[in-house]
Design a protein around this ligand. Structure first.
Ligand code: ATP
Ligand code: MG
Length: 688
């Protein structure tokens, strides 16, 4: 018997099915919004909708799928392609269907820009700066304008970049951004304007783009009627996941791609909006339907398929106490006698020991490490745990923040590659030149000025005079440049040439050259997995691989490993067991975020996101002795943090409370009184 080609639809509930089939066959249907709570199947609906469109005849090459991370894009493409293969019986053209356009806004933007660069006066050989490089370039401009010297009060490079980025992403005037978010920088408005102008000019002259430019230029292309039509026509459908975390610029891109909303599907959850601090606005999702005439169709989903009922009840308890109402009633059919746990431990050391013990116990019980995740508010919160895991030889992968790529030696090697790719990239050139013995910032700047306008860089470099100390190194460098610049070597071999060239510098510059050499070897290994120099550089910059306990920084394949992740990087994902670290006031809400009620509410949503990642087991750990630093009139005050305010005593019955280690249950090591802690810190301060 023929398998039912629509079997995949039968797995969906009626509302989900309605969203998947919206519009039927033929002409792309009008805009669709799926707004629904965590774990209700939004992402699943998106994957099914993509598969359904392909099965019904849409060209997979014309479907644009925008997700929050590369991991999410890969995962969703895999899901959709698997469904398509199931319906491909008797329709061989479907068997190998591949989604060509799935990725983040930034990576899709980068691809489109390479194709269309000349049409908007952009050099297609541009290189992309990560946030650190962007801050460095801003800093160069800051020094050139002598803004770095005027007292020390001028905002630092990272603040400047944050302000710049906020302006670009919210499409709001500088004055307004300063007023709202950086009031202490208001005095500098004119200087900041000058600085940003210089920064923009530098980027243009050097053919470099920062992250924001990828969106900005894309939006600009979209504003050009002829181009907009062409790009818009390339995509029959545009689908966006996690729409609640898009910013104004991203919304304008979607709108420009499909002005009438035909073929547009966006899904999201306003209760999970956690990127306002970076310019995202929940307005995008709330205002979406009314943007179009006729307005978008809205589908809501209320059944949660992910979590057990007790986990959902606790998460709902947190979000129900929010200042704004999210008006959702999620329910789950997954009964369980196990309530989520509130685990009290003495301090961070005990917390790490507890997590390890519990994770191992669950593995014994048949839950693989990969099915377990440990989440935290800020990347540094996992430090103690990482040490403990390493000591106990438990492999882990850490999402969100790969330190390996930030290491100086890794940046050096990448800078060489980037400079070859784009000789005008001043930040890269600056870095490379200063590797030569005897070359400092001044000489480097002179050399770069010399190269600024020239056509043949390899040639011009021969004319450069370097200090005698650098003579030999310079000759070696010229040989490398010749080989790479003329593309004499095929791609991954290029990287090996850099490795060989860099080795003596590494030896000279770093005491621990051997360890660092290992990193470079690993980088070469990663390089080999990319088809070209440009793709390697672009993707490494936009979406670096995750860090692992393996020093290498290369994801361990086929092995079982524990997941460590910031809450931000965990969004959209799910695990059988989830443990949240440091559930204390000061961590969540973060003491950096307690400025305004809006910020605090965003922290509440973060906790909600964390809790709703758990399918079967949820643990929230509260260390009793966790110092936080409070700013007070004159100087800092160290105090013990209490349990997060988002789980007030009134919610206790939703949890099972537990003290660890259990033996300590008798007289729980109570923290010394606050006054005493303060006294201690005062005594220390006396001797500073
Ligand atoms: P989040 O808001 O966290 O991103 P989501 O709404 O995108 O969540 P999904 O990740 O798509 O939710 O789905 C959550 C879980 O529920 C997944 O494991 C998914 O496979 C499962 N699921 C979704 N719909 C159904 C269904 N109709 N039948 C069975 N399982 C389902
Ligand atoms: Mg999702």
């Amino acid at each position: 018997p023929d398998p039912d080609p629509h079997a995949y639809l039968a797995r969906l509930n009626p509302e989900q099915r309605c969203a998947v089939e919206h519009g039927g066959v033929g002409e792309p249907a009008g805009p669709l919004l799926v707004i629904a709570g965590a774990g209700s199947g939004k992402t699943n609906v998106l994957a099914h909708r993509v598969a359904h469109l392909v099965a019904e005849g849409a060209d997979p090459g014309s479907i644009l799928l925008l997700t929050f991370s590369r991991r999410a894009a890969e995962e969703m493409s895999r899901r959709a392609e698997r469904i398509v293969r199931q319906v491909a019986v008797g329709r061989p053209h479907l068997a190998g269907a591949k989604l060509a356009w799935a990725g983040t806004f930034h990576s899709v933007g980068a691809r489109l820009l390479r194709d269309y660069a000349p049409r908007i006066g952009l050099n297609p050989a541009f290189t992309i700066h990560d946030r650190e490089d962007s801050a460095d370039l801003l800093n160069l401009a800051r020094h050139e304008l002598a803004l770095a010297d005027t007292a020390k009060r001028f905002p630092r490079k990272h603040t400047c970049l944050a302000i710049y980025s906020a302006v670009v992403n919210t499409l709001a005037p500088l004055g307004e951004v300063l007023q709202k978010r950086y009031p202490w920088c208001l005095d500098w408005e004119d200087d900041l304007k000058r600085l940003f102008r210089a920064y923009v000019e530098a980027k243009q002259a050097q053919h470099v783009l920062d992250y924001d430019d990828l969106l900005l230029y894309w939006a600009q292309m979209a504003a050009e009627p002829a181009l907009a039509q062409e790009i818009g026509a390339h995509f029959s459908h545009v689908l966006v996941d996690e729409y609640q975390d898009t910013n104004a610029l991203q919304a304008s891109i979607v709108r420009a791609l499909k002005p009438d909303g035909r073929g547009v599907t966006v899904v999201g959850d306003d209760a999970q909006s956690i990127y306002a601090f970076r310019g995202a606005t929940v307005k995008n999702i709330l205002d979406f339907p009314a943007q179009f005439t006729p307005p978008a169709r809205i589908v809501t989903l209320e059944r949660n398929y992910r979590s057990t009922q007790p986990i959902l009840a606790a998460a709902n308890g947190v979000i129900a106490r929010a200042a704004e109402g999210y008006g959702k009633s999620l329910w789950s059919e997954r009964e369980s006698a196990e309530r989520p746990q509130l685990v009290s431990v003495r301090d961070e050391t005990d917390q790490a020991a507890f997590v390890v013990e519990d994770v191992l116990a669950r593995r014994e019980a048949g839950i693989a490490l990969k099915q377990q995740a440990v989440l935290f508010r800020a990347s540094q919160h996992s430090a103690t745990l990482e040490i403990e895991l390493t000591r106990r030889n438990i492999p882990f992968v850490k999402f969100g923040g790969l330190k390996f790529l930030d290491a100086a030696h890794v940046k050096d090697a990448l800078a060489v590659l980037r400079w070859i790719e784009n000789p005008r990239d001043r930040v890269a050139g600056f870095r490379v030149l200063q590797l030569m013995p005897g070359v400092g910032p001044k000489t480097a700047a002179q050399v770069l000025d010399l190269l600024a306008g020239v056509q043949d860089v390899a040639m011009a470099l021969r004319e450069v005079r370097v200090p005698p100390a650098a003579a030999q190194a310079w000759q070696d460098f010229l040989a490398l440049v010749d080989a790479l610049y003329n593309r004499e070597l095929p791609w991954p071999t290029e990287f090996e040439a850099i490795e060989t060239w860099y080795a003596p510098h590494l030896e000279r510059l770093h005491g621990d050259a051997e360890v660092r050499q290992g990193d470079i070897v690993q980088l070469a290994q990663i390089a080999r997995t990319y088809p070209s120099r440009q793709r390697f550089l672009t993707e490494l910059t936009l979406d670096p691989p995750d860090a692992t306990s393996d020093e290498a920084g290369v994801p361990l394949r086929d092995e079982d490993y524990l997941i460590l992740s910031t809450i931000h990087s965990a969004k959209g994902q799910e695990w059988s067991a989830v443990t949240l670290l440091n559930a204390v006031d000061g961590c969540i809400p973060s003491d950096l975020a307690t400025g305004s009620p809006q910020e605090i509410e965003e922290e509440r949503r973060l906790l909600y996101v964390a809790m709703t990642r758990a399918k079967d087991h949820l643990q929230i750990v509260v260390p009793q002795r966790f110092y936080i630093t409070q700013q007070q009139g004159y100087g800092d005050r160290h105090v013990y943090a209490g349990r997060t305010r988002f789980i007030p005593p009134g919610m206790a019955e939703l949890f099972e409370t537990r003290v660890w280690p259990e033996a300590a249950a008798q007289p729980a090591a109570s923290p010394p009184p606050t006054e005493f802690v303060e006294l201690l810190s005062k005594m220390k301060a006396m001797w500073k």
